[in-house]
Design a protein around this ligand. Structure first.
Ligand SMILES: CC(C)(COP(=O)(O)OP(=O)(O)OC[C@H]1O[C@@H](n2cnc3c(N)ncnc32)[C@H](O)[C@@H]1OP(=O)(O)O)[C@@H](O)C(=O)NCCC(=O)NCCS
Length: 177
């Protein structure tokens, strides 16, 4: 039987869970992220406590955690950038290998998109490394498409990433008109 997957916004007290998931993601899929494992491991516990507290309460950035049978098994970040356009992004998506292909990734992206839509977003953007073909296929399956923007990755100037976008509407928003 498939395990049940649920998603919830990070709570202020979950700095340790945040650190555990972030380091697990960087160990397992270092090619997918801008940060390095070394940087993350060198950050002390209070850094993650502060990030968890911020992302639990902020109206401009947050983290959602995926649970399988109550155990943390993945995460995604969502934020509005600080430009005038206040563009909405999802990033740092990871699902533990043991629970992949069960739509946990989809649940994380959709929950994060809904949160951004409730905050006023009509488009949600993501940067994906060109070499990460799995993630590219995953996002395309969810309706994301290229904006035409490319840039070198933060990790290696000879590797590139592509910006994807998906239109979103909030299921909870009042009907227009
Ligand atoms: C990308 C990722 C989050 C997907 O998580 P998931 O929970 O397996 O995703 P879902 O079950 O919702 O969707 C899986 C779908 O994505 C696509 N996909 C994911 N991995 C794939 C692969 N290896 N090959 C082909 N398609 C793949 C397929 O359409 C797949 O559908 P299927 O399960 O019916 O084959 C997960 O593979 C992961 O954490 N990868 C490593 C980190 C990473 O690349 N993160 C993205 C950073 S931008």
């Amino acid at each position: 039987m498939s395990p049940s997957l649920t998603v919830a916004r990070i709570a202020a007290r979950q700095g340790d869970v945040f650190r555990e998931l972030r380091t697990a993601s960087l160990r397992e899929a270092p090619y997918a992220f801008g940060d390095t494992l070394e940087e993350t491991l060198s950050a002390d516990a209070t850094t993650f406590d502060a990030k968890a507290a911020l992302n639990a309460a902020s109206t401009t950035s947050t983290t959602f955690i995926l649970y399988t049978e109550g155990h943390p098994a993945g995460l995604i970040d969502a934020c509005f950038d600080d430009t005038l356009a206040r563009r909405a992004f999802v990033s740092d998506l990871w699902v533990a290998p043991a629970v992949r292909h069960l739509r946990g990734g989809e649940l994380l992206v959709n929950t994060a998109s809904e949160w951004l839509a409730l905050g006023g977003a009509t488009e949600v953007y993501a940067w994906i490394a060109d070499s990460n073909r799995n993630a590219m296929r995953f996002y395309e399956r969810l309706g994301f498409g290229p904006t035409g923007d490319h840039r070198p990755t933060a990790r290696a100037q000879n590797q590139w990433e592509t910006q994807l976008v998906r239109h979103v509407t909030s299921a909870s928003a009042p009907p227009a008109g």
